[in-house]
Design a protein around this ligand. Structure first.
Ligand SMILES: *Cc1c(COP(=O)(O)O)cnc(C)c1O
Length: 438
């Protein structure tokens, strides 16, 4: 893999990875190139973010060596005193942060959390209601390619083709018709707050459990920038690596009465040994998420998403639901003469990294964008306007490719995700409050 390192960010990472470079230059080059890619392009993916140096340090800590099957105080391995302490710290912080009766911080990913939630509450063959996959449901919400679609009988509700909004009256009608054992509320692409109370009411009416899959908004919930599903759902599944800005992983929140069922559903039913270094990193992320600085960050993420949506609308793109309440927006580039897949390619060529995603319009694909990573880098609403212009220029191919890529690179260089410090791993990332320009 040919790698050219030109940027300061890459030099920083080069200093940080001296050991790796000596031991395994081949792998080191790959990791340095990825660091450079992240620092020289703009990450508009709605599911991505930049973790803090503390989170990265925990991931690279001695707990990476530790086997710890079971739960604190009841492990199948010896030497678990500090593993227990780390897991208790993570779970205590999660419970406090979200006001939950119980937290399980072991799920390896968001999908693992959903699998365990189903295992705790359902039997194979049960009927489950969830947002249909073409409308923003996740693979774990009944895709035939996923365990969920194979083991359960999923009925999909939809978003309205015109408004892009979930019509709760139709969810209620479907629930009455299908009498599901559980209703899943959550999406990979819904830009608005979900009405948790309305979902609860419908679940109660038909005697169903309510599973909130809050993988996306949980970071906003932590920062007080989105309504919490915790008071309404029987079980809340989440990731820790999206807006929440922790390590890649999952978690489950529930009331004390479901604690034992949820714990057994995670281990030993669906997982083996917990990833203790990741759990330590989750503790670090929860510690950061309870600070006023994180609350300010979460609110800035939403303000930035709204600014980006507004400007993209002015530039002629169709913004699904007309805007956003959250960190993510779904846009249809069709008015500029490109579909979602073509759009993603044009953006990538300009150094703008985004995902393409199904649109409510039958068969159409659009772009799913998010502001979590850009906001961590310190960008504000002024920069969102610049990003919107760079994005629409790239879609229209108004400038030559080299100039477009250079303009994106210049903006990225002004907001490095991690700043230089010799000898320590990405040691002094500007804290978002310090580096926010607004
Ligand atoms: C991201 C996401 C998941 C899965 O998370 P992974 O960690 O990728 O397994 C599940 N559900 C929803 C709604 C998501 O957005």
């Amino acid at each position: 893999m040919p790698v050219t390192r030109t940027s300061e960010a890459a030099d920083t990472l080069a200093a940080d990875t001296d050991v790796l470079r000596r031991q395994d230059p081949e792998l080191a080059e790959i990791l340095l190139a990825e660091g450079e890619r992240q620092a020289t392009t703009l990450q508009l993916g709605a599911a991505e973010n930049f973790t803090s140096p503390a989170v990265l340090a925990a991931l690279a800590s001695p707990l990476a060596n530790k086997y710890a099957e079971g739960y604190p105080g009841a492990r199948h391995h010896g030497g678990c005193a500090y593993a227990d302490a780390a897991e208790r710290l993570a779970a205590d912080r999660a419970r406090q942060l979200f006001g939950a009766g119980h937290a399980n911080v072991q799920p390896h990913s968001g999908s693992s959390a959903v699998l365990a939630a189903y295992a705790a509450l359902l039997r194979p063959g049960d009927t489950v209601l969830a947002l249909g996959l073409p409308y923003g449901g996740h693979l774990t919400h009944g895709s035939p390619a996923n365990f969920s679609g194979r083991w359960f009988d999923f009925a999909g509700y939809e978003v309205d083709a015109e408004t892009g909004l979930i019509d709760m009256a139709r969810v209620r009608a479907l629930a009455r018709a299908r009498r599901p054992r559980a209703i899943v509320a959550g999406s990979i692409a819904y830009p608005r707050h979900l009405d948790w109370a309305a979902f609860r009411e419908i679940a109660d009416e038909v005697g169903a459990r309510l599973i909130a899959d809050a993988a996306h908004p949980i970071g906003l919930v932590a920062g007080g920038a989105a309504p919490s599903p915790v008071p309404y759902a029987d079980v809340v599944c989440a990731t820790t690596h999206k807006v929440l800005r922790g390590p890649r992983g999952g978690m489950i929140l529930c009331g004390a009465e479901l604690a034992e069922r949820v714990d057994r559903a995670v281990f030993p039913f669906t997982q083996g040994g917990a990833q203790m270094h990741t759990i330590a990193a989750k503790a670090a992320a929860f510690g950061e998420a309870r600070t006023p600085a994180f609350a300010a960050y979460a609110h800035r993420v939403v303000a930035n998403a709204r600014a980006l949506a507004a400007r993209l609308g002015e530039e002629g793109l169709t913004v699904v639901t007309g805007g956003t309440d959250t960190h993510l927006l779904l846009v249809d580039p069709a008015p500029l003469g490109v579909d979602g897949r073509e759009a993603r390619g044009r953006l990538a060529a300009a150094g703008l990294v985004a995902d393409c995603c199904a649109l409510p319009r039958a068969g159409a694909r659009g772009l799913r964008l998010g502001t979590a990573a850009l906001t961590t880098q310190g960008m504000g609403e002024g920069e969102m306007e610049r990003v919107a212009v760079l994005l629409t220029d790239a879609l229209r191919a108004t400038r030559d490719a080299v100039a477009a890529r250079a303009a994106v690179g210049a903006l990225a260089a002004a907001f490095p995700p991690y700043t230089a410090s010799r000898g320590t791993m990405v040691a002094t990332r500007k804290s978002p409050t310090v580096c926010a320009h607004r």
